[in-house]
Design a binder for this molecule. Structure first.
Ligand code: AMP
Ligand code: FE
Ligand code: FE
Ligand code: ZN
Length: 280
C-alpha cells in the first residue's frame, strides 16, 4: 500500500488539475491520495470522478491556513463535510482575504520597480482557485524577473521579505474543532519546515493535541532527519499519529507525488479518528 496524504491541484497553488493529479497518482502506483488544497475542498469531486477508472482511493482533504502568536502554520483536515456551515464560513474567510493580500504584495513589488500588475497574476490563477504567493511567483517567472518559483520565494516572497503581507488565518485550535465538527480529523502539516519561516513552539502542539489534533506530518520533503526524529518523539509523547506525505504541487515544487508516504495502519487509525469525531 502506498499512501500520500498531502497534495495540491490547480484549485489552489498546484499546477495539475485535479484530474491530472489523480492520473499522476495512479501512474506513481499510489493506492490512496488525499487532495489537500489550501482553504478549499472544491477540487475533491473532480478528483473522485477522475479516479473512477483506477483502484485508487481519493481522500477529501483541505490544508487550513492558521496563525498563532503571529506565526503561520498549516493544518490538514481529512474527510470533513465541505458543507458544514462553520468550516465552510471559516475557509471562505481565509480564501477571500488572500485576494487583497496578494494585491498588496503586487502593489509593493510594483512600487519597488518590478514590472508586475494584478491582471498579470490573474492569468496564472485558475477559475475559483485559492490565490497564493506561488501564483505571484509564477507571474514573476513569466515576466523574467526570476528563473523559477523557488528563486521567487528565496528572494522576494519569503515570510521575512518587505513584500510579505499576512492574511486572515484561522486559530489552529478552532480549526481542529471545526474539522472535527464537520466529521473530519486533523494533522499538523510540516511542523518542522523551518526554511519557510518561524516555527511554533512544541507547547502549541501540546495545546492542539489537547484540542483533538490527531497527528503530525513527520515525513515531509522540507523536514531534515533531525526534525523528523524530533516530531516522532513528540508525537509518541502526546499519543499522536505520524504521517508522511509529498506536499506535491505539480511542477511548482521539486518533489514528485508519493515522495513521502504514510503507513497503512496509521491511515486506518486516522480514518477511525475522523469517524469517531473529536471525542479523543
Ligand atoms: P501563501 O499560502 O500564499 O502564503 O503561500 C505559501 C505557499 O507557497 C506554500 O503552501 C507553498 O506551496 C509555497 N511555497 C513556500 N515556499 C516555497 C518555495 N521555496 N518554493 C516553491 N513554493 C513555495
Ligand atoms: Fe502550497
Ligand atoms: Fe503547507
Ligand atoms: Zn501543502
Amino acid at each position: 500500500m502506498r499512501i500520500d496524504l498531502h497534495t495540491h491541484s490547480s484549485v489552489s497553488d498546484g499546477t495539475d488539475t485535479p484530474g491530472e493529479l489523480v492520473r499522476a497518482a495512479a501512474a506513481a502506483g499510489l493506492d490512496v491520495v488525499a487532495l489537500t488544497d489550501h482553504d478549499t475542498l472544491a477540487g475533491v469531486e473532480a478528483a473522485r470522478a477522475a479516479a473512477e477508472p483506477y483502484v485508487l482511493e481519493v481522500v477529501p482533504g483541505v490544508e487550513v491556513s492558521c496563525v498563532v502568536d503571529g506565526i503561520s502554520l498549516h493544518l490538514l483536515g481529512y474527510w470533513p463535510d465541505p458543507a458544514h456551515p462553520g468550516l465552510a464560513a471559516e475557509l471562505a474567510l481565509n480564501r477571500d482575504d488572500r485576494v487583497p493580500r496578494a494585491q498588496e504584495i503586487v502593489r509593493r513589488l510594483a512600487a519597488a520597480g518590478h514590472p508586475i500588475t494584478w491582471d498579470d497574476v490573474l492569468r496564472h490563477v485558475a477559475d475559483g482557485a485559492t490565490v497564493g504567493r506561488p501564483h505571484v511567483a509564477d507571474t514573476l517567472v513569466d515576466l523574467g524577473v526570476v528563473p523559477d518559483r523557488d528563486t521567487a520565494f528565496a528572494t522576494l516572497l519569503h515570510n521575512e521579505s518587505p513584500f510579505y503581507v499576512t492574511h486572515h488565518a484561522t486559530d489552529p485550535a478552532e480549526a481542529v474543532r471545526l474539522v472535527a465538527a464537520a466529521g473530519g480529523a486533523t494533522v499538523f502539516a510540516h511542523p518542522g519546515a523551518g526554511r519557510r519561516g518561524r516555527l511554533v513552539d512544541d507547547d502549541v502542539v501540546v495545546r492542539l493535541a489537547a484540542a483533538g489534533l490527531a497527528g503530525l506530518e513527520v515525513d515531509h520533503p522540507d523536514h531534515d532527519e533531525v526534525a523528523r526524529a524530533h516530531y516522532r518523539v513528540l508525537a509518541a509523547e502526546l499519543g499522536l499519529l505520524t504521517t508522511g506525505s509529498s506536499d506535491y504541487h505539480g511542477t511548482g515544487k521539486l518533489q514528485g507525488i508519493g515522495a513521502c508516504t504514510t503507513a497503512p495502519e496509521v491511515f486506518e487509525a486516522l480514518r477511525d479518528r475522523a469517524a469517531r469525531g473529536s471525542a479523543a
